[in-house]
Design a protein around this ligand. Structure first.
Ligand SMILES: Nc1ncnc2c1ncn2[C@@H]1O[C@H](COP(=O)(O)OP(=O)(O)OP(=O)(O)O)[C@@H](O)[C@H]1O
Ligand SMILES: [Mg+2]
Length: 245
C-alpha cells in the first residue's frame, strides 16, 4: 500500500501485566472501509482505544498520513480528525438530538462547517431531522446508533472508527446501519469498522483483518475472506454466508 491514512505497526498493548495485543499491524488506505473482526475478548476495542489515544502502547508505531500519533493525547488525535464511535454509543442521554450533534462539531476547525455537516447528517439520517428536539435517551437503539455516527460526521472526520455499530439491533436495522456505513464511505469518509457481525462487515469492507487472542491471524480483501473456509467456519457459519444472509 503506497501511502495509507492510518498505519499501525508491531503494536503491543497491555492492561497492567495483562498483555492483550501482540505485534499487531494494519493499514487503512484513504477512502476505504477496513473491517477488524474477531471473537469476544480478541482485543478489537483495545486496538481502537489505542489508536484514539485512550490507551498507550508498550511498543510499536501508529501513524496518520505518515505522522506518528502514538504519543499524542486523545484530544490531539481528535483534532487531527480521528473520530471514535465507541461500543455502546455513549450519547448524552438527557440532551436532545440537536444538542448531541452540536457537541460533535465543538472543535474550532469544525465549527465553520457546522451547517454543511448538519445537512450531510440529516440527508444520511432523515429520522434525526424529524426528531431533533427529542432527548437522545428516548430514541430507539437504531436511532441512537444513527445519532452516534451522525455526531462523528459533525466532527468532519478523516477517519471514523466504529466499534460494534450493529450490536443489539434488529436484523432489519442491522442491514440499514451497514448500508448507511457504505453510503458514508461512498461520500469519501474512511472507515475502520470493528464488528462481530462478520458476514455483514466483510460484505462492505474493502480490506479486512482477523484478530484472534490479540494477534492478527489473517488479512485480505473483504470479498475473499467472506468465502474463506477457515473464516466461515470460525466466524460466519454456513447459513449466514448464503446470498442475502
Ligand atoms: N480495563 C481492562 N483491564 C484489564 N483487562 C481488560 C480491560 N479491558 C479489556 N481487558 C481485557 O483485554 C482483552 C481484550 O478486550 P477487548 O475489549 O479489547 O476485546 P474485544 O475484541 O473488543 O471484545 P468484544 O468483542 O467482547 O467487545 C480481554 O481479555 C479483556 O478482558
Ligand atoms: Mg469490544
Amino acid at each position: 500500500m503506497a501511502n495509507p491514512l492510518l498505519e499501525v505497526k508491531d503494536l503491543d498493548v497491555s492492561y497492567g501485566d495483562i498483555h492483550v495485543l501482540w505485534d499487531v499491524s494494519l493499514s487503512v488506505e484513504e477512502g476505504t472501509i477496513v473491517a477488524l473482526v474477531g471473537a469476544n475478548g480478541a482485543g478489537k476495542t483495545t486496538l481502537l482505544k489505542t489508536v484514539s489515544g485512550l490507551m498507550h502502547a508498550r511498543k510499536g508505531e501508529i501513524t496518520l498520513s505518515g505522522e506518528p500519533i502514538q504519543h499524542l493525547r486523545a484530544q490531539e488525535i481528535v483534532d487531527r480528525g480521528v473520530i471514535h464511535v465507541p461500543e455502546g454509543r455513549r450519547l448524552f442521554a438527557s440532551l436532545t438530538v440537536m444538542e448531541n450533534l452540536r457537541l460533535g462539531a465543538y472543535l474550532p476547525r469544525t465549527r465553520p462547517l457546522f451547517a454543511e455537516s448538519l445537512e450531510r447528517v440529516f440527508s444520511l439520517f432523515p429520522v434525526l431531522k424529524d426528531r431533533k428536539e427529542q432527548k437522545a435517551g428516548t430514541l430507539s437503539g437504531g436511532e441512537q446508533q444513527m445519532l452516534a455516527i451522525g455526531r462523528a460526521v459533525m466532527a468532519h472526520p478523516r477517519l471514523v472508527m466504529l466499534d460494534e455499530p450493529s450490536l443489539g439491533l434488529s436484523p432489519i436495522l442491522v442491514k440499514t446501519i451497514f448500508q448507511l456505513i457504505s453510503t458514508l464511505n461512498e461520500q469519501k469518509t474512511t472507515i475502520l469498522l470493528v464488528e462481530q457481525n462478520v458476514n455483514q462487515a466483510l460484505k462492505i469492507a474493502h480490506q479486512a483483518y482477523v484478530l484472534k487472542n490479540g494477534k492478527i491471524v489473517m488479512c485480505g480483501r473483504g470479498c475473499d475472506l467472506l468465502v474463506n473456509e477457515e473464516v466461515c467456519k470460525a466466524y460466519i457459519g454456513e447459513r449466514a454466508r448464503k446470498p442475502n444472509g
